[in-house]
Design a protein around this ligand. Structure first.
Ligand SMILES: [Zn+2]
Ligand SMILES: [Zn+2]
Length: 222
């Protein structure tokens, strides 16, 4: 872990030289932009020693207390003050509320003024933080599975309906051929209103019932 103990680094947000603040509880030096924007630079792996409310950061609060800091644009890409790589913006936790700048090359992190307090207020313990990551992961994967199941369920139901329609048409045609005398009579002018209507209604009912059965079979099949 490169704890840049001796070299003064310049703030990646405002360019001012950062001050080394010794944090006895963690045993590390933090680089703090005391005379500029109030941002904090954490070396590789230092950050996890600061993100829970039980972790003492009083020396840092002491330095930052009652100070006016210059405003900086939080959206521009920053360059890591230790190794010179472009930093990447990432959410600090699965709550996705606070974005911090991370250096994938040396593992450094930069937080704008106020971000550390927000992150520390999100969880009480490291256990809660990890539990939330698992919960988020679980719900993402769960939603995915349900979506896919719903999709295939709907698809199977559509297939069932379409199969039901085909079978229904065939059965209805058989029914109509069986009752062909009534239809032939109707076309020959020997028209019996009620008989004709019943035959046609039954044919339509056969088709509809087959579609319904197909739909149920499709929906419930695995
Ligand atoms: Zn700064
Ligand atoms: Zn770096």
């Amino acid at each position: 872990m490169a704890d840049n103990k001796d070299t003064t680094i310049n703030c990646p947000a405002c360019g001012k030289p950062m001050k080394k603040i010794y944090m006895p509880a963690q045993g590390v030096n933090l680089d703090v932009c005391v005379d500029g924007c109030g941002g904090i630079y954490f070396d590789n792996r230092e950050f996890s020693k600061f993100d829970e409310p039980s972790e003492d950061i009083s020396p840092l609060n002491e330095v930052l207390k009652d100070k006016e800091f210059i405003k900086v644009d939080e959206n521009i890409t920053r360059v890591c003050p230790v190794c010179g790589s472009d930093m990447v913006k990432n959410y600090a936790s699965s709550k996705q509320e606070v974005q911090v700048d991370e250096c994938y090359h040396c593992g450094g992190k930069f937080l704008d003024y106020g971000e550390l307090d927000k992150i520390r207020s999100q969880y009480n313990t490291e256990g809660e933080r990890s539990a939330d990551v698992m919960k988020k992961l679980y719900s993402d994967v769960g939603v995915n599975l349900i979506d896919r199941q719903a999709l295939t369920g709907t698809y199977r139901q559509q297939q069932g309906k379409s199969n039901g329609l085909k079978i229904g048409i065939i059965l209805a045609l058989i029914w109509l051929i069986y009752k062909n005398s009534i239809i032939t009579n109707a076309f020959n002018g020997n028209f019996n209103n009620i008989e004709f209507a019943v035959v046609i209604s039954v044919a339509i009912a056969i088709v509809l019932i087959c579609i319904g059965i197909g739909s149920i079979i499709g929906r419930t099949s695995k």
